[in-house]
Design a protein around this ligand. Structure first.
Ligand code: MG
Length: 208
């Protein structure tokens, strides 16, 4: 019987890529005119869950100094935040989170920014369902987030009683490195590069 559930946010709770990617791409093209859409989408899809500043390091081929990298990361976080009304929650997700909150301790680990996560989750009154939300603007999404959740519970067997629900390859690595079970969801708009199964909110509840 699981006690703890860690959720990813973008692509798992929120459908964000379809409207964010074109805006992000357009902004990045002002720095890299030769950037190709197919490469951008492929790279971002394959590395979903990776903190944005780490993705940008690769997209810019490690040519940026720290200040410029932080500046562009901030610009993109602002673009994403200002587009949040176009990032709907997947159907059934709000009810699922509220329902699970009565039986499980919920955590959220996102590669997105604190401002975005707070804004998005608060406007639908589900921020309060999570015991702790970790974002990547301070500590990048990686096993460190899981470790912090574990420390909060003070449960030595945290990994055994935990399940991680996510949509991206980086999340898979994090779950495997941390030794916790996971459920992968795939509801993203892009199925060109990877086809996987879809898990609806009700199915997630049944899988636990
Ligand atoms: Mg995701």
């Amino acid at each position: 019987m699981k006690k703890y559930i860690i959720f990813d946010m973008d692509g798992t709770l929120i459908e964000s890529e379809s409207s964010n990617f074109p805006l992000m791409f357009k902004h990045l093209q002002s720095y890299i005119p030769e950037l190709e859409w197919d490469y951008f989408v492929y790279y971002c899809t394959q590395t979903a869950g990776t903190p944005l500043h780490e993705q940008l390091e690769v997209i810019f081929k490690n040519t940026l100094d720290e200040d410029t990298l932080n500046k562009i990361t901030g610009e993109l976080y602002d673009i994403i935040k200002n587009n949040s009304e176009n990032n709907p929650f997947f159907e059934g997700v709000l009810d699922m989170v509220k329902k699970l909150n009565s039986d499980y301790t919920l955590f959220l680990s996102t590669g997105n920014s604190d401002e975005y996560a707070q804004k998005k989750l608060s406007e639908w009154w589900i921020a309060v369902c999570f015991d702790r939300i970790m974002w990547s603007s301070i500590i990048g999404k990686w096993p460190e987030h899981i470790k912090l959740f574990k420390d909060l519970t003070q449960d030595e067997d945290f990994e055994k009683y935990c399940v991680y629900i996510w949509d991206g390859n980086t999340d898979r690595e994090i779950a495997q490195m941390s030794g916790i079970d996971f459920i992968k969801v795939w509801k993203a708009w892009i199925d060109k590069y990877e086809v996987d199964y879809t898990v609806e909110a009700e199915e997630i509840i049944q899988k636990l």
